[in-house]
Ligand binder design. Sequence first.
Ligand code: 523
Length: 131
Amino acid sequence: MLAGAILDSSGTRILLARRARPVELAGLWELPGGKAEVGETDEEALRRELAEELGIAVGVEFELRDQVVLSDELVLIARWARVIAGEPTAREHQAVRWVDAEELSTLCDEGRLVPADTVWVPELVARLRRA
Ligand code: 523
């Protein structure tokens, strides 16, 4: 399972997407992504998922520090990525938005992020502030 911390061109904001399903997660914000298919590398899977879900092409960079075990078969990994082409559009989500370090921290504190994604907030906030 791959999630992308997608950086904007200024390097100070990342993209969040608001989930439409399942009911337990609907309305919460996440780093967009999806499952790798058999034979795909992490990088290919993330590029495909982001093209399908948001209509953007991204360059995929390094992996963030933490991984989250969601179930026996599902481990969530986050990769840093940059938009190469396209304007992010919510095709499968309720909405998308760019957030800076402060907005990301606030959403996290208010419990408005998908629970698993909160593990990356300290690293993301530090990287966005350094930009
Ligand atoms: N998460 C999650 N955070 C996060 C993502 C992209 C996914 O916690 N940033 C969880 C939510 C679900 C599981 O991972 O429990 C599968 O995510 P989903 O539904 O976005 O993956 P898809 O789109 O590959 O799944 P299917 O459409 O069901 O194949």
